[in-house]
Structures are given as C-alpha cells and as structure tokens.
Design a protein. Structure first.
Length: 728
C-alpha cells in the first residue's frame, strides 16, 4: 500500500512537471511537491544565493583583491522606527541584529512586512546580503524555506510586461522553475525588495485590480501592490529597503515594522579589518582629527571611499591632505582612481583632454540616466556615451573601479555604478561642467525651457528649488555635491579631470546666503536638513557652530533663531548622544515656521510638548515617525492644536496609525483643547482600542466628544488589556 502511494505521488509529480494545466484539470494539487524535490531545490537556491551575496561589493573587491562579506562585514546600528531624511549618522540605540529582523517580541503580533530605511550608503543592501548569507549557510532564520531577493533596478525594465507571482519567481530563479514549484502556500517564503527609492513603477494601491491567485498574470505594478498589501500570498514575509524620502510610496498600514539603518556601530572595526596593524592607528587618528569626518565614517560607503583615499595617502612620505567634507572625499576618490589606473596598467602620463573626455562621458551618462531614473545600463547604452567595453576585462581604466557588472534578462550583461552615490557625484560634476561651458541644452532639459541662468548663484538656487520639489528626494545628494563643487578649491582638486572656473568670493557668499534664505514653509523638516548639509559642503559651519554655542551657553530661549538655525538645531538635538528628558518647541524664541523646523528633535526625547503649532500633513508624519521609536518617547502632549482646521481629518491619521500598531510605546497621551472632529476622534479611539496595553494616562480636557465620542471612549475602556490608570 505504501509502495503504491509512493508510486502515485511520483506520477502526480511527473504530471505536474510535464503539464501543470493538465494536473490542475485532474484536481492534482501542486501545493505539496515531493519533499525530495523541495529539499534539493532549497539547497540549490541557497548555494546560488550564497555565491551571489558572499562577495562584498565595494571598491576593494574590484581591484583584484577578492573581498568576502564575512571578512569585512561590520555590525550596523539598527533601531526601531523611521529615519527621516537626514544625511548623516548620529545618536544610535543598539540591540537589534540582522537575525532579529523578523523576530516577534513577546506578546506581539507576527511580523509580515518590514521596511528598512537609511540614507545613501548606510548599509541597507549589505544588511540584506548578510541576512541571506547567514540563511544560506544554515546559521539563522531556518524557519524560512525560500528567500527570493529582488531589486527595483532589475524590476524596472520589466514594468511593461505581465507576470504572475509564480512566473516572476521563475523568471529570476531558474532552480524553482525547474523543480516545478507553482504554489508557495505551504511554505514560509521571504521576498526582499531592495531599493524602493529606485522604483519606477507607479505602485497604484488604490486602482490596481485585486489579485489572490499566484498563477494569475497581471501587470508588474498590480502584482507588487497586491503582494505588498497582503492580498496575494498573505502568508509570505516581505522586506523592503529604501532611502527615507521614498518610503511613502507604500502606505503605512501595510508595514508591520520600521527599522532604521544608521551605519556602522563602530567604524574603527571596519578600518581595523581593512588596514594592517602598523597602518590602522595612523588611519584612525586621521579620521578622529575631524568631527565631521568621524561622523560621516559611520556610513559604510563613505568608509570604503575614505579607506581608498587614505590608503593612497599612506604611501606619501609626509602624509597627504585629508578631505573633511563629502564632496572633497569623492573628488579625492576620483583622482585616486585615475592615478591607480596608470599604476595598474603601467600607463604613462595622459593628456588632460583624454582624461577630461573620459570623465565627461561618465558624467554625462550619470546625469542623463539620473534624470530618467535609470540606474542600470546595457552595452548599447554605454556606447551611446562613448564608453567602450573590453572583453578581456570588465572595463579598462577608471571604469573598472566604479562600475559593476551583473546578469540582466536572459544572459545579457547589465552595468551600473558601483554605488548610487558615485553616479550622483559624477552627475553633479557633469552638470557643473555644462554650466561653466554654457551647455544650455542640458540645463534647459533639467530645469525647463523657461529657466535661464546668468550666474552660478542663480543656477544653484534653481537647482535647489527643483530638488526640493522631488517627492522621493532623489536629487538631494546630487544637489549637495553640486554645491560642494562650486568651491574653487574643489574645482582645483579636479584639475585636468574637468578644468577650472574661477568664482569670486562674493558669488560664493551669495550662494551661501541663498541657502540660508530659502523659504521652507512647504518643505518637511527633514528635507530642509539637506540645505544645512549643502552649507557644510561649502565649508560654512556658521549655522551649526552658532547653534552649538547657544546650547552650551544655555541661552537658547533668549536669542532669536532663524528658520535655518531651527533646522540645524532640530537635527543636532535629534542626533545628540543623550536623550532629552523634555522637548517643548514653544519655549524657543523663533517664528511659528521655525518651531515646526524643530519637530525632528521629538524623535530623541522622552516627553514632547507641542502647543499652538500649525502642523502640515508632512509634519504630522514626522510626529508619527517619532512615535515609532519605542525606545525614547513615553509622553506626548498636544495642546491647543485645532486638528480639523490645520490639516483636516487626515492630519492625525499617521499618528493614529502608529498608536494602532504595537510599536508605539507612548505611556501618557495628552490632547488638550484640540477641537478634535468626530471622525478624527473615532480614528484615535479605534487606534487606542487596537493597542491598549501601553497607555496608562489619557487626558482629553477641553474636547467636546459628544455622545458618539463618549461611546467610543467607553469601548476603549472596556477593551481587554486596557491598562489605563488615569483619565482626565
């Protein structure tokens, strides 16, 4: 009987493999493939993924020094909660490890979807690599049976095609296709979607058709929205990585856990792995000599670029010049790669015109494709920009150091810059070249035909305005590099690579003044921080130093703060190593807009008091983000804010969404004289009812709840698990 059953199972498997449609007609389920086939398929997938992720993709590995992830991986700071749009790394709360990403805290609901955010280069993709490698080697998360990593870079070229979920998996993972696995309902599957900020799909959650069948074909956009929303394969786990500015492409209600990556826990560990013992102390002393450089070296991509530059400086007899800002470091990196090319290939001196032609081609490719949102290129794309590929090696010269090669659709090769920040830097180099050489065609295509710029300060002002209008912040780092490149000292460093333009001191001062005078009324607090970083790139630290001086002298409430100073202060307080006991923007001597610029500091305090501040919807999102940091904010007081008149019923929605989710650790909530509308109160009551255990104090004085509101409140009080001790 057992032999007959086994033979029958084998026959069913063969039918499913040979003709899936026929097996469906005969009622032969494909949900439970042969365990031997599944086991072999898992082993093949693990081996394939292990080969893919075990090498560390950074400049070191691309110069013939094979680097492995397990040798160079350095612990990353992972914290609960959203990150906002800062561009550096500061205060960290450690404790979360890669293997904990999907670990369910005691008493919490299972985690289906995780979003990991972090600014450019903080290690988001490397984090997923480490997770996959540990899984593939059988070390962690063995309850997951299949991991399918996708990047939006590779999904973008498929946006016009139709797929079922099974077909999409088969398209990228041939082992799964060969095994005949057509349903994943019986398996624990993890989908990794890396680089949401690079997404070119609309992700239309509202209008896309509902899909529940993993074998039903649809547009790629509909497929992804249904997977993300849980309509399609709700048992699957999802892991999305993104820069913060693009996170809002996925509604908050579909994300169960938000994790922030802030870079290395200890950059010294990276440099100790990278340099010999007799070199490392000198390297670390160079880094620690500059606070700005020390802070930036928490960012992994900045670390390996810094290591490349310092490695070159170590060879100099007296020690070389050390860059102190992001733009300077990337210039030094580019110059170093050109020098390294000559040493590696035994080439003699090249004409400046030849080098400039190469950089112009790279920069043009970087800018044109950044404007289109393209981050991967074919051979034909490269040839259009005058870039040749030699079969003997990936590229010759500088290209081999800043490009990487991957397998695209079928067996074709696709290419990309080794890191997006490198593309953004070269795009800025080329854009400045276009301005200085009066290439109006490129400038008009970037800014629009109605924009003409006669001076550098006017040009940069218009570029900054365009970057601030970007919904996903994809031009933030580009415009930061562009401001840094406007300095004559940086142009001098580029030398023959691009030529040089003299800028009068008064022009530079106008650029700095323009940055300080930008109207930030319609800009979220975190987006305005990029203005502060542009000032840093131009070696203007007056705003930051002035703020620190006032904080140290404890006269922050005496002196009038400008809006840009408030942005800098909000950033400085947020990034402080010490958690504030109390934070009350109303105490600061500034305008209403200035107080709104301080909102990011709410993330790094235990008690936040917000009174008489008109918050935009984006600022409510920032406040909601603070609530997601379960390790700091315990008491929230919102006083005399007319929610209904400031942002409508949607105003408090993000806050309610967070209170509804288990990550909120707020123990005391005070909403005094806030004129909550009935709809707004109903949403708040629903949130409290859904997550009643943390809240111990609730004050609602000055709000007319009416009968319906009181009924909602009673429903919350009767909720099992309600831990409310004090109600006013």
């Amino acid at each position: 009987m057992r032999k007959g059953s086994r033979a029958c199972e084998m026959m069913i498997q063969q039918l499913q493999l040979l003709d899936p449609a026929l097996s469906d007609q005969l009622g032969l389920s494909s949900d439970c493939p042969d365990p031997d086939i599944v086991g072999r398929c898992q082993r093949d997938l693990k081996e394939c993924l292990k080969t893919t992720v075990q090498s560390l993709c950074e400049g070191v590995a691309m110069r013939g020094k094979k680097s492995f992830l397990k040798d160079f991986y350095t612990d990353l700071h992972l914290t609960e909660g959203q990150t906002g749009e800062a561009n550096e790394v500061g205060q960290i709360t450690a404790g979360l490890t890669p293997e904990d990403i999907f670990t369910v805290p005691p008493g919490k609901e299972p985690i289906r979807a995780v979003m990991t955010m972090g600014v450019a280069g903080t290690g988001k993709s490397v984090l997923t690599q480490k997770f996959i490698l540990d899984w593939a080697e059988g070390k962690t998360n063995q309850d997951i049976q299949f991991i399918f990593p996708f990047t939006f870079r590779k999904l973008n070229p498929l946006k016009q095609k139709n797929f079922s979920l099974v077909e999409l998996i088969h398209h990228f993972f041939e082992d799964i296709k060969d095994a005949g696995i057509r349903s994943f309902k019986k398996f624990q599957v993890l989908f990794i979607l890396d680089g949401l900020d690079e997404n070119q799909l609309p992700l239309d959650f509202r209008n896309n058709q509902i899909l529940t069948d993993v074998t039903e074909s649809s547009s790629l956009d509909a497929l992804l929205t249904n997977l993300l929303s849980g309509e399609l394969l709700p048992s699957a786990r999802l892991w999305i990585t993104t820069r913060p500015a693009a996170a809002n492409q996925i509604p908050d209600r579909f994300i169960d856990r938000a994790i922030e990556v802030r870079g290395f826990t200890d950059p010294q560990k990276y440099f100790r792995k990278r340099f010999r013992d007799d070199q490392v102390e000198r390297v670390l002393s160079c880094i620690n000599a500059s606070q700005n450089l020390h802070i930036m070296c928490h960012i992994p991509v900045f670390c390996w670029i810094t290591a490349d530059v310092l490695e070159d400086e170590q060879k100099k007899e007296k020690g070389g010049w050390l860059p102190m800002a992001l733009t300077e470091m990337y210039i030094k990196f580019l110059v170093f790669q050109n020098k390294n090319k000559k040493e590696k290939y035994g080439e003699g001196p090249e004409e400046d015109s030849d080098i400039r032609l190469m950089v112009e081609s790279l920069g043009k490719l970087a800018l044109e494709q950044l404007m289109k949102g393209n981050l991967m290129f074919s051979k034909s794309d490269l040839r259009l920009f005058g870039l040749d590929i030699k079969d003997a090696s990936l590229f010759s010269g500088v290209l081999s150091e800043i490009f990487k090669k991957e397998r695209g659709m079928g067996n074709t090769s696709v290419y990309s810059f080794v890191h997006l920040t490198v593309q953004e830097f070269l795009a800025a180099v080329y854009m400045l070249h276009c301005f200085t050489s009066s290439n109006t065609e490129v400038i008009i295509r970037f800014l629009g035909k109605d924009h003409s710029c006669s001076s550098l300060d006017e040009f940069l002002k218009k570029v900054m305005v365009k970057s601030l209008s970007s919904k996903n912040g994809h031009l933030d780092l580009f415009v930061r590099f562009l401001h840094g490149l406007s300095l004559e000292s940086n142009q001098r460093l580029l030398g023959g690579l691009l030529g040089q333009t003299r800028n009068r001191p008064e022009t530079i001062q106008r650029i700095i003044n323009n940055l300080k005078m930008i109207n930030t009324d319609e800009i979220s607090p975190h987006r305005s921080i990029n203005i502060f970083h542009c000032l840093t790139e131009m070696n203007d630290l007056s705003v930051f130093q002035g703020i620190l001086r006032m904080v140290k002298q404890n006269d922050i409430s005496e002196k009038k703060l400008s809006e840009i100073q408030c942005s800098a202060l909000g950033y400085a307080l947020w990034m402080s190593d010490e958690v504030l006991d109390e934070f009350e923007p109303e105490k600061f001597n500034t305008s209403a807009v200035g107080r709104r610029r301080l909102i990011p500091a709410v993330r790094n305090c235990r008690t936040a008091r917000l009174g008489v501040i008109k918050l935009s919807e984006a600022e409510w999102e920032v406040l909601a983000s603070a609530l997601k940091s379960s390790n700091s904010l315990e008491k929230l007081e919102i006083i005399r804010i007319n929610v209904e008149k400031t942002t409508g019923d949607s105003g408090m929605k993000p806050v309610c969404d967070v209170l509804q989710r288990s990550v909120s650790e707020v123990k005391s909530l005070r909403l005094e004289n806030c004129s909550l509308s009935l709809k707004c109160w109903a949403a708040l009551a629903s949130a409290l009812t859904f997550n009643p255990s943390h809240l111990t104090e609730l004050e609602l004085s000055g709000n007319d709840l009416k009968d319906a509101g009181v009924k909602e409140l009673c429903g919350f009080l009767q909720t099992p698990g309600c831990n409310l001790h004090k109600l006013m």
